[in-house]
Design a protein around this ligand. Structure first.
Ligand SMILES: NC(=O)c1ccc[n+]([C@@H]2O[C@H](COP(=O)([O-])OP(=O)(O)OC[C@H]3O[C@@H](n4cnc5c(N)ncnc54)[C@H](O)[C@@H]3O)[C@@H](O)[C@H]2O)c1
Length: 327
């Protein structure tokens, strides 16, 4: 298939692009390099630098590549904390950018769409692990923007026959030897811990150790980026057969912040000093995904179920790229 990957110069999008190419698909990457890196784009992908906010640029993209079979939409403002400070970036820009993309997708007859959605839809879960029947309570303008885009897709299916899958991922992590996580600012626990191991930060701050969890620190579900990439490809390939779908994507196992830090200490051999800070507003104690539906329907299985293997893959990349994609 010919797949358009928005955000294909970013962390998850670049690794999914590489997996798509390895699986024999053709890829067009559209990215404005706001957070992405041109070096991360697979050399066999067609790279178009452009902004989804620019309607003319999006129209040109489809006019010049009229053979797109499906879209994977990663490009987004992605930070929960930032969305609490700058809600319009999320409630206006994330939505407008998705609408600009969908407008041209429909105009050009594209019928398949995969959305990077999020666990931030489930801020107050009634059951753990969290399955697709859990009530939706977005935890921030970021989560709300993803929920709105899910609703847009619902209407575009009814009105235009677009088939879509919403993949609500939990914490993406891990790297491949060639591509990894390089955000500015970095907000994710594993790269932050590894920056301490590289002596780029003095310590890691643990936000709260009085949560109702076994060791008092927050528990999260970490899913390796390769497992995420494979889920995207399976979901895209199954859309014609199964129709539109929503899948929660995680390992189904939670690890506390302390367990992640301990694992990093073992893998890197560095003592990784830690400091206890106050809780961050809006951080739920525990978030663990049930991925039973995608396992059952698509035969998806995480290959990196073990936090040790995830940490090792992240550490290898951070050691070989201590300053990310910068030389
Ligand atoms: N990283 C996670 O743990 C996680 C968890 C759940 C959901 N997600 C979602 O997955 C997707 C990818 O996340 P990521 O961590 O790879 O983020 P990322 O920031 O590394 O990648 C996003 C890419 O989109 C590009 N982009 C942003 N706005 C754009 C625009 N207007 N036009 C064109 N390109 C634009 C950026 O330059 C970047 O390359 C996002 O939609 C995010 O919300 C991520």
């Amino acid at each position: 298939m010919n797949i358009l990957v928005t955000g294909g110069a970013g962390y998850i999008g670049s690794i999914t692009t590489a997996e798509l190419i390895q699986a024999g698909h053709e890829v067009i990457v559209f990215d404005n390099l706001y957070q992405g890196h041109a070096e991360a784009v697979h050399p066999q992908a067609i790279f178009v630098e452009g902004d989804l906010a620019d309607r003319d640029a999006v129209k040109r993209l489809f006019d010049e590549h009229p053979y797109i079979d499906g879209i994977m939409h990663f490009a987004s403002y992605t930070l929960v904390g930032e969305s609490m400070q700058k809600p319009l970036l999320y409630l206006r820009d994330n939505l407008t950018n998705a609408a600009n993309l969908l407008e041209q997708a429909i105009a050009h007859g594209v019928k398949r769409f995969i959305l990077s959605s999020t666990a931030n839809l489930f801020d107050d879960p009634e059951r753990m692990p969290i399955d697709e029947n859990e009530r939706i309570v977005p935890g921030s303008p970021y989560g709300e923007s993803k929920f709105f885009i899910e609703r847009m897709l619902h209407w575009f299916e009814r009105l235009y026959g677009l088939r879509y899958a919403c993949l609500r991922y939990f914490n993406a992590c891990g790297n491949t030897p060639d591509r990894g996580e390089d955000h500015d600012p970095e907000t994710h626990l594993i790269p932050l811990v590894l920056q301490v191991a590289l002596e780029q930060r003095p310590h890691i701050t643990i936000y709260g150790n009085d949560y109702p969890t076994p060791d008092g620190t927050c528990v999260r579900d970490y899913i390796h980026v390769i497992d995420l990439a494979r889920a995207h490809i399976l979901a895209m390939e199954a859309l014609d057969r199964l129709g539109s779908r929503k899948y929660n994507l995680g390992n189904g196992r939670g690890f506390s912040v302390l367990e992640v830090i301990e694992t990093a200490r073992r893998v890197t051999g560095h003592p990784i000093p830690s400091v206890i800070g106050p809780r961050r507003p809006g951080d739920p104690a525990t978030l663990i995904a049930s991925s039973e539906t995608i396992r059952r329907e698509l035969g998806w299985q995480p290959r990196f179920a073990n936090i040790e293997d995830i940490m090792r893959s992240a550490w290898e990349w951070h050691q070989s790229h201590p300053h990310g994609y910068k030389a």
